[in-house]
Design a protein around this ligand. Structure first.
Ligand code: GUN
Length: 300
């Protein structure tokens, strides 16, 4: 028995070192940004115009402020016109709606993003509905959600789009794979389910009310976790040789950690994203891609 445990420990260490892939989202995002920068240069040359991204930030939510700053920095680095419009926490909803109507009509703005979450007195649904679907670089407008689910062309929400690129960097053909998406948000869980379905996966969407969460996760060839609970997914929830994508960004005393216990899960997974340096950078790169795509649609 002692020998077996020693062997298992050794085996998992070898597996961890030799076979297990840490999916490098930071590098994949850098590669994508470089490609996009070249595309912006070409568009500028051809049309004497550049795509523009405008982000609206309401309030003082600390993580949102960091995300928005990173979005602006990345947009500028690849040559986009980038603007942040900031409002105080107490701003009247009507003022935000009027600004969106103004941006909808502004030809220099290819993409509009309203950073979520919004303060409670602002109706998020009303705000998203007000964005011109052609400039909705989040893909959250109901028209775009409908388009995505019915197989029409639409902007793909940035986080699940980034997750899918990372998954396919490991396993290009997902047909027939069993995927479990943990979390049912409009931002990630629901569109992620749709994207995996489009890849011919058999998809289960699991959430806080799902019975036997561990057993559901254990069936997954592809496990995407976006619940906002630090280290919820343990090693014994992870199927051997699966692909694990951790969308969680949880600020703790020990720094930023994901929704998956990386040290445990990496002993079982074939490939896993780290936090930070996994999904996060891909979300921003995909936002830049959506902004360029929106610009291209507007000039044809
Ligand atoms: N807040 C956290 N992630 C996102 C996102 O992808 N889009 C928007 N608009 N807000 C967010």
């Amino acid at each position: 028995m002692v020998c077996r445990n020693v062997y298992e420990t050794l085996y998992s260490a070898i597996n961890f070192l030799d076979n297990m892939i840490i999916i490098n989202g930071k590098q994949t995002a850098a590669d994508l940004r470089l490609k996009l920068k070249n595309e912006v240069d070409n568009l500028k040359f051809k049309f004497s115009k550049i795509p523009g991204l405008t982000v609206i930030l309401v309030g003082e939510d600390a993580p949102s402020k960091i995300y928005v700053k990173n979005k602006e920095k990345s947009a500028k680095e690849i040559g986009l016109k980038s603007e942040i419009i900031k409002y105080p926490n107490t701003i009247d909803e009507k003022i935000v709606l009027n600004k969106i109507h103004e941006l909808n009509k502004d030809d220099s703005v290819s993409g509009i993003l309203v950073q979520l979450p919004l303060p409670k007195h602002i109706n998020t649904k009303k705000i998203i509905d007000a964005i011109n679907p052609d400039k909705d670089v989040d893909g959250f407008h109901p028209k775009n959600v409908g388009n995505l689910s019915s197989g029409h062309e639409s902007p793909v929400p940035c986080t699940p789009q980034g997750c899918l690129i990372l998954i396919k960097s490991i396993e290009p053909n997902l047909s027939g794979k069993k995927a479990v998406v943990l979390g049912r948000s409009n931002l990630n869980g629901k569109p992620m389910t749709q994207l995996l379905l489009n890849e011919n996966c058999t998809v289960t969407i699991a959430h806080s009310k799902t019975k036997n969460l561990k057993e559901e996760c254990l069936k997954a060839d592809i496990l995407v976790v976006a619940v906002g609970i630090p280290k919820l997914v343990k090693g014994d929830w992870v199927k051997k040789d699966s692909i694990v994508i951790d969308v969680g960004i949880n600020k703790t005393e020990k720094g930023i950690i994901g929704d998956v216990d990386f040290a445990q899960a990496s002993k079982f997974a074939k490939a896993i994203t780290p936090v930070p340096g996994g999904v996060g950078p891909m979300t921003i790169a995909c936002l830049l891609k959506n902004t360029i795509d929106s610009f291209k649609r507007s000039i044809v």
